[in-house]
Ligand binder design. Structure first.
Ligand code: GLN
Length: 501
């Protein structure tokens, strides 16, 4: 069929797009190969909540027709993608991993879906997630957990575990995630894939179900830094339908990924994001990556961000506050589930019984925490204080970026843990995001890429690169340089070492 052999699913998005453009393979063949792969492995991985095979093949046929008529194709035309089930796509179920939205069909496309369609990206379906994006393991999905392709007894991270697992299991070369406190980067880290949280306001939130509006941001999941850059450039850019969207073009992320050069760059190692809380296997790979960056010509220095120690505490006041307000709209009247509307208990009982039946325990916990933090008499002590801490974290970043071009840290303190290990211990679960949360609080951008396997358990370790707002191109410059050096060392991408499913 093609010079790249029959294993289409193992190719990068860019290789697939180029092969389609060169007429070596059709978009239909590429799409069918991924649908076959999903049929082969997803009963074990459970990355998808919904697969739209007919729609995907129809989209692929439209790309092939465009190509046959001699029209110019975009850089990701015909490439399959998996969409996190928190993004509205017209005519398709959107559950957010919750029973309360079971059966709800989105009546419109999110801006990012429109942009993906315009770019002829083929959307395969919707991916599993922790309910309303609260969690770090995808175990809080009402539809059962996703499993990590590296070890099916382990978690794929969360909340976007489905998107990361789909990419890691070669079910899709690309996926879209959302990151409010780490939900793109932490799953990327524990599945050996690449994930990017763009600058807040860099990618439209129109059509995303809101968790915490001041923190939420959609971004790319991929197996290579360059693939992530192409997806980022398609998703990003100003959208008048999102009032927080930044009215300037996406930084040249593709150009930066191609340049892949850290010579002369100043890199800050965040003192607060290393140390005893991080597994030795994680610290070892991170230290090696730092050596490689130095060897490539970057200058690495230690940087102090003292208020990062308070980021987790501030986040768990701000996020519950915002989500308790955002989730008030799920009242049994407007969307999805409605319980007991035949019984004459009045509208309030329908609302409370619907929410009781429709929300899982983690969502209820956060709604209660948030309602408490916002209640009169406590507002200043909790929400108000947390916002002040947020300002101090922004100042830490600002000061750090006066000294260095980018900051780095391990993405997560540990490798993938076992299913069930932390599900009943909220604090242990929350601690997974200790290194990713400061970026969301400050609104800047970050990327996670795989830097090797921990010697202790043979599982992937991720390194996080952080850059100032709207300097997303720096993430790709550093990420691609490091990825290239590691590729030279290993002779392949880390994901190639994942066990065959
Ligand atoms: N794990 C974090 C939380 O539970 C992050 C969630 C996210 O980024 N959506 O809040």
């Amino acid at each position: 069929m093609t010079s790249m052999g029959s294993d289409l699913v193992r190719q990068s998005a860019r290789v697939l797009a180029e092969a389609i453009q060169a007429g070596e393979v059709t978009a239909r063949e590429v799409t069918q190969a991924h649908l076959d792969r999903i049929a082969q492995v997803d009963d074990r991985v459970h990355a998808f909540l919904h697969v739209g095979a007919d729609e995907a093949l129809a989209q692929a046929d439209a790309v092939d027709a465009k190509h046959a008529s001699g029209q110019q194709l975009g850089p990701l035309a015909g490439v399959p993608l998996a969409l996190k089930d928190i993004v509205a796509m017209k005519g398709v179920p959107t559950t957010c991993g919750s029973r309360i939205l079971e059966g709800w069909i989105a009546p419109y496309d999110a801006t990012i879906v429109e942009r993906l369609r315009d770019a002829d990206v083929v959307i395969l379906g919707k991916t599993n997630m922790d309910e309303f994006a609260m969690g770090s393991s995808t175990e809080y999905s009402a539809y059962g957990p996703t499993r990590n392709p590296w070890d099916l007894d382990r978690i794929p991270g969360g909340s976007g575990g489905g998107s990361a697992a789909a990419v890691a299991a070669f079910e899709a070369p690309l996926a879209v995630g959302t990151d409010t406190g780490g939900s793109i980067r932490q799953p990327a880290s524990v599945t050996g894939t690449v994930g990017v949280k763009p600058t807040y306001g860099g990618v439209s939130r129109y059509g995303l179900v809101a968790l915490a509006s001041s923190l939420d941001q959609a971004g790319p999941c991929a197996r290579t830094v360059l693939d992530a850059a192409y997806l980022h450039s398609i998703m990003g850019g100003h959208d008048p339908r999102d009032s927080t969207s930044i009215p300037s073009p996406v930084p040249d992320v593709v150009g930066a990924a191609m340049k892949a050069d850290v010579r002369g760059l100043r890199i800050g190692l965040v003192k607060q994001l290393t140390g005893d809380g991080y597994q030795p296997g994680v610290r070892q790979r991170f230290a090696e990556a730092v050596e490689i960056l130095t060897h490539l010509g970057a200058e690495v220095v230690e940087v102090d961000c003292p208020h990062f120690d308070y980021a987790l505490g501030a986040y768990y006041l701000i996020l519950p506050s915002e989500c308790s307000s955002n989730l008030a709209r799920f009242d049994g009247m407007r969307y999805g589930l409605r319980v007991n509307d035949e019984v004459d208990g009045g509208v309030e009982s329908v609302m409370s019984e619907t929410r009781e039946a429709g929300f899982g325990p983690e969502v209820k916990r956060r709604i209660m925490l948030g309602t408490y933090a916002l209640s009169s008499g406590y507002y200043d002590a909790y929400y108000g204080q947390a916002q002040k801490v947020r300002t101090l974290i922004i100042q830490d970043f600002t000061r750090a970026f006066e000294q260095v071009d980018v900051l780095i840290s391990p993405t997560t303190p540990t490798t993938a843990f076992r299913l069930g290990e932390k599900v009943d211990d909220p604090l242990a679960m929350y601690l997974n995001d200790i290194a990713t949360i400061p970026v969301n609080l400050a609104g800047n951008c970050a990327l996670s890429l795989p830097v090797g396997l921990s010697e202790a358990d043979g599982l992937p370790v991720g390194l996080q690169v952080m850059a100032p707002p709207m300097a997303d191109d720096r993430l790709y410059l550093v990420g691609a340089a490091l990825e290239g050096a590691l590729f030279d060392r290993w002779g392949h991408l880390l994901i190639e070492e994942a066990p065959a499913l």
